[in-house]
Write a protein that binds this ligand. Structure first.
Ligand code: ASP
Ligand code: MG
Length: 408
């Protein structure tokens, strides 16, 4: 017998009919002999509706009251699901986050879980009950209700699985797993049986639509086996786990991309100590996150400095850079917000040479100009013109044969 934590997202509990289906699924899990703790989100659309209500009163609602309000969505679902279980003769009990002592810090609207007292949960499990817990919420040390940020129910599920040392944390959602890339861009994209935590974090631009990234970090840190699977069809989903445990060992696991990039260059800045700081200091102070950074080899005592930011920050960053350029006596500022980033991700890169050249060759064959390159141990990213996104991702998916299952 195993202990599993199963989490059902908003669409999976979006109507009474679907809640009844979830109840059926849980009954099946129990029949298979497993103990189960269920975490649910609010019914789809409900959290948005509550947020709109708050904003109808105030543009900046008090964060404490905001959390009191938006945490109610999940409270509705836990009660309904328990009732659906009772109707089927299954002993079940529902709890809000606060009732099971999910202790968080006091950062309302984006609180972090600090501790969970699992004694009440254990008692119920020992008594053969299905325990239904509201996702996305907890309480701080002063007893205030807190929420964990959008998509936070995933984190609740992982945290409970960690506290209870569950055998697996299963996230049921409206897709059947994590794919080699976005199937809307590449039709032959394939569901992965397995992916490592590290890869999943690098795939964030794709993965975050499937799982809250904070939940993945948490699971990696606390050794929780995490599985993403569909609420609507049967299937094994994708297991997110440690490298040693993965069955497949492909060189490349997937291709992530990011459409929201912008790049800025300052040309002809003096090549002397402190310049990078003088450029990026004010950008950081303006709370603009910088992604890639490249500085050229200096020539004639000057150098060129390029970096990328989120497209939403483009205008702000350009204004700052133009000012800094004047102060530094740089030659020119150039900028481009019609760029995208494409990344190859795979832990197998560590032990395989020649991945980068295969990547660059594939892009060259399509006539795609690479504007920037950055590498880390398990990722190679290129910046290209926006119009080449689909073409580039498809070419790379093809050349690395990601549509085929790797040979075990
Ligand atoms: N109901 C919350 C949201 O919509 C939390 C969650 O679904 O994970 O963000
Ligand atoms: Mg969600």
């Amino acid at each position: 017998m195993a202990l599993v934590v199963q989490k059902f997202g908003g669409t999976s509990v979006g109507s009474i009919e679907r809640i009844e289906q979830v109840a059926e699924k849980l009954i099946a899990t129990r029949k298979a002999g497993h103990d189960v703790v269920v975490v649910v989100s609010a019914m789809s659309g409900e959290t948005n509706r509550l947020i709109e209500l708050a904003h109808a009163i105030s543009e900046h609602p008090d964060p404490r009251e905001y959390d009191v309000l938006v945490s109610t969505g999940e409270q509705v679902t836990i009660a309904l699901l328990s009732m659906a279980l009772h109707k089927r003769g299954c002993d079940a009990v529902s709890y809000t986050g606060s009732q099971v002592h999910i202790l968080t810090d006091s950062a309302h609207t984006k609180a972090r879980i600090l501790d969970i007292d699992d004694s009440r949960l254990r008692r119920d499990l020992d008594n053969g009950r299905v325990v239904v817990v509201a996702g996305f919420q907890g309480r701080d040390e002063h007893g205030n209700i807190t929420t964990l940020g959008r998509g936070g129910s995933d984190t609740t599920a992982v945290a409970l699985a960690a506290a209870l040392k569950a055998d697996e944390c299963q996230i049921f959602t409206d897709v059947d797993g994590v794919y080699t890339t976005d199937p809307r861009v590449v039709q032959t994209a394939r569901r992965l049986d397995c992916i490592t935590f590290e890869e999943m974090l690098e795939m964030a631009s794709l993965g975050s639509k499937v799982l809250q990234i904070r939940a993945v970090e948490f699971a990696g840190k606390y050794n929780v086996r995490l599985r993403v699977l569909s609420s609507f069809e049967d299937g094994p989903g994708t297991l997110i786990t440690f490298e040693e445990e993965t069955m497949e060992n492909p060189v490349i696991s997937g291709i992530a991309f990011n459409r929201d990039e912008a790049k800025l260059t300052i040309l002809g800045v003096p090549d002397q100590p402190g310049v990078a700081y003088q450029i990026l200091g004010p950008i950081g102070e303006a709370n603009i996150e910088v992604d890639m950074i490249i500085q050229n080899v200096g020539a004639d005592d000057t150098t060129d400095f390029t970096f990328t930011v989120h497209r939403n920050d483009f205008d702000k960053a350009l204004a700052i850079l133009t000012r800094v350029s004047g102060e530094l006596g740089a030659r020119e500022v150039t900028a481009d917000n019609a760029i995208v980033k494409i990344s190859l991700v795979g832990v197998g890169m560590r032990s395989h040479a020649g991945i980068a050249s295969t990547m660059f060759e594939a892009l060259a064959k399509e006539g795609i100009n690479i504007r920037m390159i950055a590498t880390s141990e398990i990722k190679i990213s290129v910046v290209v013109d926006e119009k080449y996104l689909e073409l580039g991702v498809r070419a790379l998916h093809d050349v690395f044969k990601l549509e085929q299952s790797p040979v075990v």
